[in-house]
Write a protein that binds this ligand. Structure first.
Ligand SMILES: Cc1cc2nc3c(=O)[nH]c(=O)nc-3n(C[C@H](O)[C@H](O)[C@H](O)COP(=O)(O)OP(=O)(O)OC[C@H]3O[C@@H](n4cnc5c(N)ncnc54)[C@H](O)[C@@H]3O)c2cc1C
Length: 431
């Protein structure tokens, strides 16, 4: 039996955010063989691919300052080249401000819908994500992009979701901006990630490595937490360890942590069962061709393409491909109702890259590699927030705390998870 003051489950951004700022002794248990969580990368035949393309952007000043300071010279910033491919046409992201090039009928429908949405006399806030899309952008933009894209990625009826998770992520153009972006190649820099950062070498994992370097002696990789006994303040691991703690921090997926916890009341189990997620299959493709596009990522709303988004990994940094080679990561969501065939996903992805012109038919394919992320997106259902709060309150009575995307079951990016960890570190340090 070991004793620790603070035990942290998971060495992803949230766990590293806590570990880097807490002023109490701690131990991190991580089931994978190295830290990083989804902020990890893999190397294959000279290519570097992230665990799904991960770019860094943030509106949180202390996180930006910390990351820039840590990364020093191994970091660069780029203006986003983000596009949408629909109706055999590339338009700039965001769709709602950039319809230039689409068929005239489509542009007209989008404009009329936006005018109607702008001047409609509605006093009640929308009740769900689907209504929010129609109420905010009108029928044209909804029908030609926002509904098909979101139904493809979320694989469900959008009226079962709330929309507070968007929190400023989706820009709303004014009418003048819409007209500008319909008559010419309009708006490049709308939205929070118009400029993004990325390590020059090592993929996004370079950031995790920098964060974990000073604390390697207190990270225990290859150790999965399998049991939590809140009453005795004790955890069990798959390596046979029993560890007691004063405070326990969970950053691993909440339903999995509840399942590992002893003597959970029925109300808490019910809350955990209501939490839904999506899995993500990433198809990494490396080709022999120096640079087949200058785009950074492309959204695909139409069902002809298996993937909903392609991250152009080859343009993230000069160091991620061997010389004269280029690379992509296609993202495909799935769950028990939206099934995908892992055996054909590689071929379907390569065909989609050719069909959309991101690569040429005669480019030699050097690498096709699959990365499965079983818990990738938390689904913002209407029940999510109260369920998480119920669980959080119950755990807190046992000095068990939640931080990060999967423990708080929130739509967090890396910066939010890092910041959630930092905030909790301050609270625990003052305890
Ligand atoms: C497809 C996709 C694309 C994304 N793109 C971006 C992007 O471009 N930019 C961005 O900022 N964010 C992006 N994100 C979000 C980002 O990945 C997350 O916000 C962030 O990784 C969450 O950090 P975390 O520490 O909360 O969780 P995680 O990164 O999942 O870390 C949790 C850690 O807990 C460990 N763990 C789990 N169970 C156990 C257990 N039982 N015992 C011990 N350890 C355990 C895991 O191995 C993992 O290391 C993306 C996410 C996805 C799915």
């Amino acid at each position: 039996m070991h004793q620790a003051d603070v035990v942290i489950v998971g060495a992803g951004p949230a766990g590293l955010g806590i570990a880097s700022h807490i002023k109490r002794p701690f131990l991190i248990l991580e089931k994978e063989n190295r830290p990083g969580g989804l902020m990890r990368s893999k190397m294959i035949d000279g290519f570097t691919f992230d665990w799904a393309g991960h770019i860094f952007f943030t509106g949180i000043d202390r996180i930006r300052t910390w990351v820039e300071h840590l990364m020093g010279g191994n970091f660069h910033w780029q203006d986003r080249e983000s596009w949408i491919y629909s109706k055999s046409t590339y338009t700039r992201y965001p769709f709602q401000a950039n319809t230039y090039g689409l068929p005239t009928e489509v542009v007209k429908e989008c404009l009329l819908g936006l005018i109607e949405a702008t001047y409609q006399d509605v006093n009640t806030p929308p009740g769900n994500f689907r209504d929010w899309i129609y109420q905010t952008y009108g029928t044209g933009i909804a029908r030609h992009f926002l509904i098909p894209y979101n139904e493809k990625i979320w694989a469900r009826d959008l009226s079962t979701m709330d929309y507070e998770w968007l929190g400023g992520r989706v820009p709303r153009p004014g009418l003048a901006e819409f007209v500008d972006g319909a008559l010419g190649p309009g708006h490049k820099n709308m939205g929070p990630n118009a400029r993004f950062g990325y390590p020059l070498s090592g993929g996004i994992e370079a950031l995790a490595r920098k964060m974990s370097e000073p604390i390697t002696d207190v990270i225990r990789p290859g150790t999965r937490v399998t049991g939590i006994d809140p009453a005795r303040k004790r955890i069990l691991t798959d390596t046979g360890d029993e560890i007691t703690y004063r405070d326990l921090v969970l950053t691993a997926p909440l339903p999995e942590m509840i399942a590992a916890t002893r003597d959970v009341p029925a109300e808490i189990e019910r809350a955990a069962r209501s939490l839904e997620h999506l899995s993500v299959l990433c198809v990494n493709v490396g080709i022999e061709q120096a640079q087949s596009t200058d785009r950074h990522w492309v959204y695909f709303p139409e069902p002809d393409f298996l993937f909903h988004r392609v991250f152009v990994q080859g343009n993230a940094a000069p160091g991620v491909c061997p010389e004269e080679y280029f690379s992509f990561t296609a993202e495909i969501t799935y769950n028990s109702t939206k099934r995908i065939d892992f055996n054909t996903a590689g071929d379907q992805t390569v065909n989609g890259l050719i069909q959309s012109g991101l690569m040429n038919r005669d480019d030699r394919v050097a690498v096709v590699d699959l990365v499965d992320i079983p818990v990738g997106y938390v689904v913002p259902t209407h029940d999510r927030r109260p369920a998480v709060e119920t669980i959080r309150r119950w755990y807190k009575t046992f000095d068990i705390h939640l931080a990060g995307r999967f423990a708080e079951w929130a739509y967090y990016n890396m910066d939010h998870s890092l910041d959630a960890g930092w905030t909790l570190a301050d609270q625990l340090s003052a305890k």
